[in-house]
Design a protein around this ligand. Sequence first.
Ligand code: PEP
Ligand code: MG
Length: 330
Amino acid sequence: RQAAAWETRMAPAITRDGHQVEVVANLGNTAHAGDAVERGAEGVGLLRTEFVFMAHPQAPDLATQTAQYGEALDALDGRPLVARTLDVGGDKPLPYWPLPREDNPFLGLRGIRLALTRPEVLETQVRALLMAAGSRPIRLMFPMVKDLAELRAARAIVERVRSELDAAHEAEHGQPLMRDVQVGVMIEIPSAALTAASIAPEVDFFSVGTNDLTQYTLAIDRGHATLSAQADGLHPAVLRLIEMTVAAAHAHGAWVGVCGELASDDQAVGVLVGLGVDELSVSSRQIPLVKARVRELDLTMAREQARVALAQPTSEDVRSALDSLIEQNA
Ligand code: PEP
Ligand code: MG
């Protein structure tokens, strides 16, 4: 029986009508990658690399970072790692990177905007990630991108580092290294979702950060003491942005993940699958549950859930409509 439980845990998440959804882990620490695999993760969908920077009194050097990322890649044993580049600023300070005081830090210098002011920091991080990966699958993802210009600026750094590394490898080994690198952006600012059609041709994937996307769409601080409960990612406005993101990505052969809290919301899994989301990235603990939810679905039912949800005026209406629909189908 134990062997059967292990097999279920490790098996892919496939709907009753044969549609596979990748279920991967959100990690805040490379030391936890092995645990994620044990719980059935098919890879890491979001490595929050901030922890590497916060664990040191100054920016960690190339060797330190390479060793850290390598630890996760070793544990993943060939499964893909989506590493988000440094996402600090705003509400996430870094002691050795002093920032001007801002009245609205959530609307200020944070994420990729901040990283692009110190390109050498981003460059070292990208070099460490590519060196740690070698020929293993690595996906680089930029946080808080608002439009194509920011993607291009960040992507140029990746291309430069990559060609330097490739040239050095070829000079030393006489042949190119077959890398498995993809580049993507997080969709967590409404403008990025609304202009996804212009970004999609230049990325391999999108990953929807529903925590920030909900905050910026509903204008509710995600950590607000009394209002945060209203910051519900199942709001139809957020769902429409996800729908646009998926349509833009799929039209250009890119894939879409969801790595915010919504991906592990019991009522949302069907809606997200119905909207065409290809990958759900959730905390390791929730992987078995999310896989179980996917296995209960069929695609027609999931699409119906998405259709009904999109037609509601508020998140409360979305939740009660989904309840009735699920009851009807039970
Ligand atoms: C998000 O915004 O949904 C996200 C996954 O990123 P973080 O929670 O780290 O801001
Ligand atoms: Mg975010």
